[in-house]
Design a protein around this ligand. Structure first.
Ligand code: UFG
Length: 329
């Protein structure tokens, strides 16, 4: 299948582009390189430097490249920034995405895979989270993802679209096959920050909250290897043949780890000491997030293969140690 990967030069998008390029699919990438890295792409992949909401440009790419399906990774994803600058998030993540969908409709492209998020659940009343858990986002980032889920539902109900919305839990790790990994500026995610402390690039990592109602007082999260996320996207492509298909699927392992466990695992994988600073809770962080992966197994036949914490951190550590300045190394 010819697949347009929007945001294909970003962290999760680039891992998916590499997976598609292994065949039988043919990826075509659109990315405005605001956060993405061209160096993250395989050689020889058609690449267009465009905004996702540029309807005319996207329509002509869809036609020129005979695109049959679109995967959309092109969202802004800093939760804190979304609280400070909500308009930036509503414009890019909602308005521009709607223009992308409009360009698809105008070109007769009806297959769509959407990067949704655990952030749509907010602070859940019950654990583990399932796809039926009420979605009550607590920040504009999560709300923008939910807004698009609802727009997709309306389009599928009218048989104008088939879609799979994949709700990622904590994407982590680096490619096991290709020289690509996590390179965000600024970096806010726990695992890359801890690796950078182990590498001596940062003096310490802050532990945001040590008084949570969890076994060691720090937050628990459900980390999923980015290669496993990429595999789920490939499997999801096979579920888009019937017009009106609408699927919402959590991508998770069901097994959460604490902030302290992450830090200890980086120390043991890297054989380096990591200096920590106990800091106040970060606003908007739920104590515990983990999800039941049953639906992903039943519908997609997806099972995470590299998402135990040791494998995630081994791959992240290799990437950071070999690329201390990310893609500029
Ligand atoms: N943390 C620290 N210190 C840091 C950074 C993070 O203690 O310097 C903690 C956080 O408080 C949290 C855990 O490490 O408990 C994981 O934090 P990340 O920032 O790595 O990831 P989040 O859980 O905040 O974010 C993820 C996704 C978002 C998504 C969010 C929903 O990356 O896209 O889950 O909660 F919106």
């Amino acid at each position: 299948m010819n697949v347009l990967v929007v945001g294909g030069a970003g962290y999760i998008g680039s891992h998916c582009v590499h997976a598609l390029a292994e065949g039988p699919h043919r990826p075509v990438v659109v990315d405005n390189l605001v956060y993405g890295h061209k160096a993250a792409l395989p050689q020889g992949i058609p690449f267009y430097n465009n905004n996702l909401g540029n309807k005319n440009a996207i329509s002509s790419i869809l036609q020129k490249e005979s695109i049959e399906a679109v995967m959309h990774f092109g969202a802004y994803a800093y939760v804190g920034e979304s609280v400070e600058d909500p308009l930036k998030y509503y414009i890019n993540n909602v308005a521009e995405t709607l223009y992308l969908l409009e360009a698809m409709q105008a070109s007769g492209v009806t297959k769509f895979i959407f990067s949704s998020s655990c952030a749509t659940y907010g602070t859940p009343d019950q654990l583990p989270i399932t796809e039926e858990t009420p979605q009550k986002p607590i920040n504009p980032y999560g709300q923008t993802k939910l807004d698009i889920e609802q727009a997709l539902k309306a389009l599928a109900t009218q048989k104008q679209l088939s879609f799979v919305a994949l709700r990622y839990f904590n994407a982590a790790g680096a490619s096991l096959k290709h020289p690509i990994g996590e390179d965000h500026t600024p970096e806010t995610h726990l695992i890359p920050l801890v690796c950078e402390v182990a590498l001596g690039k940062r003096p310490h990592v802050s532990i945001f909250g040590t008084d949570y109602p969890t076994p060691d007082g720090t937050c628990l999260r459900d980390y999923v290897h980015v290669d496993d996320l990429a595999t789920a996207h490939i499997l999801a492509l096979d579920h888009l043949n019937t017009p009106g298909t609408q699927l919402f699927i959590n991508l998770s392992t069901g097994k959460p780890y604490s902030v302290r466990e992450v830090i200890q695992t980086v120390e043991s994988v890297s054989s380096k000491r990591v200096t920590t600073l106990e800091a106040p809770r970060r606003p908007g962080d739920p104590a515990t997030l983990y999800a039941d992966p049953t639906r992903a197994k039943q519908i997609l036949n997806w099972q995470p293969k590299h998402s135990d914490l040791g494998s995630i951190i081994q791959s992240a550590w290799s990437w950071h140690a070999q690329h201390p300045n990310g893609f500029h190394s």
